[in-house]
Design a protein around this ligand. Structure first.
Ligand SMILES: *Cc1c(COP(=O)(O)O)cnc(C)c1O
Length: 398
């Protein structure tokens, strides 16, 4: 995938050929990922300062920031927030980023800080499985919730007069894609704010703020951190007032990441481009291998040239993610397949360096067939992985 021409070229320009942070103009994603959010080097200090464990900070006299109390700010978050902001919106100095305890904390902070009783919000009806829980709570607070599928930009049909449009593209687990620019234009024309759940794509796969969205929101638990050992969420946005309200909500609910989690996340971002490129290339190889199998139906991967999402995805995504979804004939067949895999753990979540897969219907929350498998491709050698999957398909047939 090509980097967009805008990469790193619109920074503050600290000198000829340099963008913000001293990066060469046009620096690639790998270069930006390894340097993201790092402070200016200080003699005898580590490159990435260690986690700051502090409930409070020394604060004589008038209580002025930035660091007062640990629920409001922490220096380890500050560095991580810069890193994520640099990847979500390269060179855009006005973008603010806030980190949260989890993706759901980030999502809830946008929903509950932006919506009031009497407002209407449009959600996808095929989005992340905890969205219906958020929906019930929004309705209990007197907010009207409308839903429509991600595919075919169907959320446009129920947009009229809404205060907020929530998009999830690609959607989890169905991998449908909507035309973010088109939906943003229609929303902004009537004063509707737009948030995009960018979890599946990661900021190296898609940059919702450049597509016009007001918020890019994600779970950092998945491919962003990529090791299956951290829960994290973030919100990036350009509108100062809206982001101040999101920050206030974080303070009210206290849904903050621990300093250790924030530091681990920042450390993991250094390898984001390596992991994403490897995992996404292997996901395409797996999808291509699955396409030839008669027992596989409903195969979806936005990077496949004949996938229903591919055309729109290729206009707005730079990489297509590490998740492949498909359906096996029955629930039993899917269970036997998962048991037969040796290199792939039967586990939920996605985006980690170790491949995982699960029969999504076991949770009951998604409208998927009983044999539906969501497969997250890890960093194993692609040939080993494809061979393991094909062998498990054969073995589970008996
Ligand atoms: C996992 C996920 C979330 C929730 O993130 P947590 O970190 O588990 O709270 C939200 N949106 C999408 C698309 C997800 O995959």
């Amino acid at each position: 995938m090509n980097d967009s021409a805008a990469d790193g070229t619109n920074g503050t320009g600290q000198g000829a050929g340099l963008a913000a942070g001293g990066l060469p103009v046009g620096a690639g994603d790998g270069t930006r990922a390894v340097r993201a959010g790092l402070p200016e080097p200080v003699k005898h200090e580590p490159t990435l300062p260690g986690p700051v464990f502090a409930a409070h900070f020394h604060l004589p006299g008038d209580p002025t920031g930035p660091y007062t109390y640990g629920r409001d700010e922490n220096p380890t978050w500050t560095l991580l927030e810069s890193a994520i902001g640099e990847l979500e919106a390269p060179g855009q100095q006005d973008v603010r980023t806030l980190v949260f305890a989890s993706g759901m904390a980030a999502i809830s902070s946008v929903l509950f800080s932006q919506l009031r009783a009497g407002d209407a919000v449009v959600l996808p009806d095929d989005g992340y499985q905890a969205l219906p829980l958020a929906r019930a709570q929004l309705e209990a607070f007197g907010i009207e919730v409308r839903t429509a599928p991600t595919g075919g930009d169907a959320q446009l049909d129920v947009l009229d007069g809404a205060r907020l449009l929530w998009l999830e593209s690609p959607s989890n687990p169905g991998l449908d894609v909507c035309d973010i620019r088109r939906l943003v234009e229609a929303a902004h024309a009537q004063g509707t704010l737009v948030a995009v759940d960018n979890t599946l794509a990661t900021p190296l796969g898609q940059r919702p703020l450049e597509l016009g969205a007001d918020f890019s929101v994600a779970s950092g638990t998945k491919q962003l951190t990529g090791h299956g050992d951290v829960l994290l969420g973030y919100v990036a946005g350009r509108d100062g007032e809206a982001m101040a309200a999101v920050r206030r909500w974080r303070k009210i609910v206290g849904a903050i990441p621990g300093p250790m989690e924030a530091w681990l996340a920042h450390r993991s971002i250094a390898t984001l481009q390596l992991r994403v490129d490897r995992q996404n290339a292997s996901a395409l190889a797996l999808a291509e291998a699955l396409r030839g199998r008669p027992e596989v139906t409903g195969l979806r991967y936005p990077g496949l040239a004949d996938d229903p999402s591919h055309k729109v995805a290729s206009q707005q995504m730079r990489r297509y993610g590490c998740v492949v979804s498909f359906t096996l004939p029955t629930r039993t067949r899917a269970e036997r397949f998962l048991q037969a895999l040796r290199l792939v753990d039967d586990a939920t979540s996605f985006g980690g360096v170790r491949s995982t897969a699960e029969r999504r219907g076991r949770w009951g929350g998604d409208a998927v067939p009983e044999g539906f498998v969501r497969f997250s491709v890890g960093a194993e050698d692609p040939a080993d992985l494809v061979a393991d999957v094909l062998r498990a398909l054969d073995e589970s047939a008996g």
